[in-house]
Ligand binder design. Sequence first.
Ligand SMILES: NC(=O)c1ccc[n+]([C@@H]2O[C@H](COP(=O)([O-])OP(=O)(O)OC[C@H]3O[C@@H](n4cnc5c(N)ncnc54)[C@H](OP(=O)(O)O)[C@@H]3O)[C@@H](O)[C@H]2O)c1
Length: 255
Amino acid sequence: MGIVPVMKPFEGSVFLVSGASSGIGEAAAVALRQRGAAVYGLTSSESTLASARERHPEVRWLRADVTRRSEVDAAVAAVLAEARRLDGLVNTAGIYTFAPLEASGEEMMRRQFEVNVFGTVFLAQAALAALKDSKGTIVNVSSTSAHKAMADQSIYAATKGAVESLTRAWALELARHGVRVNAISPGPTMTPGIAKIPMPKEMFEAAKEQILRTVPLARMGTSEEVAHWIVTLADPSVTWLTGQIIGIDGGLGVA
Ligand SMILES: NC(=O)c1ccc[n+]([C@@H]2O[C@H](COP(=O)([O-])OP(=O)(O)OC[C@H]3O[C@@H](n4cnc5c(N)ncnc54)[C@H](OP(=O)(O)O)[C@@H]3O)[C@@H](O)[C@H]2O)c1
């Protein structure tokens, strides 16, 4: 049996991945690194940064809360001071709190919009000049619930609807600078964040049952299966795709 060559299509490129300390973002950071990119991972707290660094010493770790513009600006400045370029931004940092309309309090609404929408915008703004210089790429992370209505997810869905609107508009705005902007739209994916959703065990099991009934491929996805498409959209060989939202959802989006 011959030796399978390790493909390094991202060799020489520099990526910044938000939400890299857990789940889909962590899998994307690892996959980009394995394919040759220098990867900077962003996380919001010192404690998650320390454990992420221990698991993935090959990733360079930075702390910034994406809802704080000054911290985001400082993190991007640190990347540029060290790496001198930025070829890709992956906006994975996100939170999800599910609740019916009457139980959706102001703090819960504001926090989800701040992390999922403002955080995505702050990072894109901070990275913009460097991405124009490199003719780089942005990959945003939406959710099936942005375009397939689901009860008790209206606020979260609205934040992801915003992410999809940003993606399409930025693709148009940045095309003349050679910057491609796309998004993935994952369906139910088993991640540490999903496992931590505060709900009684029996409700969690019932939700999983519901997923098995409604997802055509009849299971939850894995972080790696989803991250594969982040990496694919960012791949330098993908030159003619921008403004697209790709559903990575076991068929849920069309069911
Ligand atoms: N899992 C799913 O079923 C699913 C489905 C559709 C879409 N998505 C989307 O996919 C993305 C990742 O989800 P996941 O399930 O992998 O989540 P996760 O395991 O909870 O990871 C979330 C990541 O976001 C980071 N983060 C949260 N708030 C932050 C803040 N204020 N500043 C900086 N970083 C912050 C977390 O880092 P620290 O806490 O370390 O700061 C963590 O790395 C999210 O955008 C989510 O909406 C997930």
